[in-house]
Design a protein around this ligand. Structure first.
Ligand code: UD1
Ligand code: UDP
Length: 366
């Protein structure tokens, strides 16, 4: 059996790493041979957005690197499809595995299915119900053409069945992102990055921002910088900046508006980042995956978005949905500073074994 997995952007690496490890474990315990090939589309390409994750997550060098890079949505998606088709023509895998909701996910699932190759989508069924988000389009299209739909939270089952997907294609397996978090959390000391920046554990706010709705619009970005400045008057703010955001801060001449005591850094590697998450007082973000990681860690997370495709993090976890509303976000900051925090529970099946369940299902059904 030959399986080809796709990675392209930062949030893909920590989802494929446990899948690859589960295949290796399955092969060694069952004397079975699933051949696994890794394709990197090159959607993300900076060292701190790509290479560092291969080191941190012990991922092998990709078998194929498509080198696609940035571009408009059509350019990026089309370039990936053209290059990925060549790989599929040569390799003829039995299955293509895609994760999440980035352009690489959409491009590779569409290419495979048109060549008659089965597709498994990990982290299927999530819906924000906001079609202005490029990720929502990617999720809807990928789910509608995939053969195996691996779901991370109950809302996924409901969304897919409401869209008319047959129940036998849907598998509630848990969350591969949590497989990685659980596995890697104890692998690296936290000291380094905190010490280097003179930060006291539990006395800082960790910030990440990259949604176009927050960072592509100069007025919105300016307001968010005002929020960060307000927080930094009360607490250390650590802000590893996504390349989309740093380009926009430069483009709109906003860097001089950031309080000088805000600690700005390049994006940080996975091991450093999950340790920063674990020790934070709270997190302010618009990331998808970080909403899940904070819920599992029990760390308060203020999400600067109007919707979330991960409702379990609000209903059961530690996530506060502030909208794109800096005043509401600041209200949550003050509540957290007063100690009024949600306790939260770990959602069902976020137990570190999602990838093993996926491999068992694939071996049984492929
Ligand atoms: C992409 C995903 C988004 C995901 C995010 C995770 C899509 C449509 N969007 O958004 O869902 O949450 O990744 O981080 O797939 N850039 C660099 N270096 C890099 C990567 C990007 O400089 O290594 C810059 C480029 O100018 C690029 C821009 O960032 O054009 C945007 O990159 P792109 O991959 O298109 O979208 P993201 O905003 O990163
Ligand atoms: N992450 C990281 N370094 C950073 C920021 C995020 O390692 O500087 C990790 C984070 O722990 C999570 C993933 O990247 O595992 C989330 O990716 P991102 O926020 O870019 O994408 P999204 O989840 O929003 O699609």
């Amino acid at each position: 059996m030959k399986i080809l997995s796709v990675v392209g952007a930062r949030p893909n690496f920590m989802k494929i790493a446990p899948f690859k490890r589960a295949i290796d474990e399955f092969n060694s315990t069952n004397g079975f041979h699933i051949e696994h090939l890794l394709v990197h589309t090159g959607q993300h390409y900076d060292e701190k957005m790509s290479k560092i994750f291969f080191e941190d997550l012990e991922l092998p060098k990709p078998d194929f690197y498509l080198g696609v890079g940035g571009g408009s949505h059509a350019e990026q998606t089309a370039k990936i499809m053209i290059e990925f088709e060549k790989v599929l023509l040569n390799e003829k895998p039995n299955l293509v595995v895609v994760v999440g909701d980035v352009n690489s996910t959409l491009a590779c699932s569409l290419t495979a299915v048109k060549m008659g190759i089965k597709v498994a989508h990990i982290e299927s069924g999530l819906r924000s119900f906001d079609r202005n988000m490029p990720e929502e389009i990617n999720r809807i299209v990928t789910d509608s053409i995939s053969d195996f739909l691996f779901v991370s939270e109950p809302s996924g089952i409901k969304n897919l069945t409401n869209e008319g997907v047959r129940r036998e294609k849907i598998f509630f397996v848990g969350n591969v992102m949590i497989d990685s978090l659980k596995y890697y959390l104890n692998k690296n000391g936290i000291g380094k990055l905190l010490n280097k920046n003179n930060i006291t554990p539990h006395q800082y706010c960790l910030v990440t921002l990259h949604r176009p709705s927050n960072v592509d619009n100069p007025e919105n970005l300016d307001k968010i910088i005002g929020l960060l400045n307000n927080i930094s008057n009360e607490l250390t703010v650590f802000f590893p900046v996504h390349p989309r955001t740093s380009k926009n801060i430069a483009k709109y001449n906003l860097s001089q508006k950031l309080n000088s005591n805000i600690i700005i850094s390049e994006p940080v590697g996975y091991l450093d980042f999950i340790n920063l998450l674990k020790e934070a007082k709270f997190v302010l973000t618009d990331s998808g995956g970080i909403q899940e990681e904070t819920t599992w860690l029990g760390i308060p997370c203020i999400t600067l978005r109007n919707t979330t495709e991960r409702p379990v993090t609000v209903e059961e976890g530690t996530n506060y949905l502030a909208g794109e509303d800096v005043e509401r976000a600041y209200y949550y900051v003050q509540e957290i500073m007063k100690g009024n925090v949600k306790k939260g529970n770990i959602p069902e099946l976020w137990d570190g074994n999602a990838a093993k369940r996926i491999v068992n299902i694939l071996v049984e059904r492929l």
